[in-house]
Design a protein around this ligand. Sequence first.
Ligand code: ADP
Length: 158
Amino acid sequence: YTGKTTIQAIGASIKNKKVKDYKSIPVLVKENTSVYDAICTMFLEDVGTLFVVNENNDLAGVVSRKDLLRTAIGKHNLEDIPVSIIMTRMPNIILTYPDESLHEAASKLIRYQIDALPVVKPKQKADNNQKENKYEVVGRITKTTITRAYVDLGNEEL
Ligand code: ADP
């Protein structure tokens, strides 16, 4: 035994957990997907948040359950409204990255009072190595992810 206190061991274990080790598969829809189809996708894929991508598969927005509910209680034809009208859009999306700590991602969920974060990789410009503000979505971190990590932590031998 290294002589670490239990508290230090728990702290080290929390900080060692990375987004890439816990992320789940993101559910993506296109910007022209109707609100009606988005609701169907949410049920079929059993997720609470959809990520919206443009024709180049860049992250364009986020649609939550309540975004869809709000639209559904209005007097609209849900098949005629694209999700791009109701989504929260870039650059106002809170992001996480594969190498970020799960603790930092969890802090963002709390700080911004949201249920999910897209895990993204910045896209490089084709002609040089500079980054554009364009992101490929490679995963999803949700409150369930954090709960799973919490259970793992409780099961770890410290
Ligand atoms: P719900 O709206 O179902 O309670 P959330 O709390 O996740 O779900 O979403 C609250 C609001 O924040 C919604 O309008 C949603 O579009 C937006 N939102 C959700 N996730 C993000 C995110 N990662 N970045 C920015 N905005 C988000």
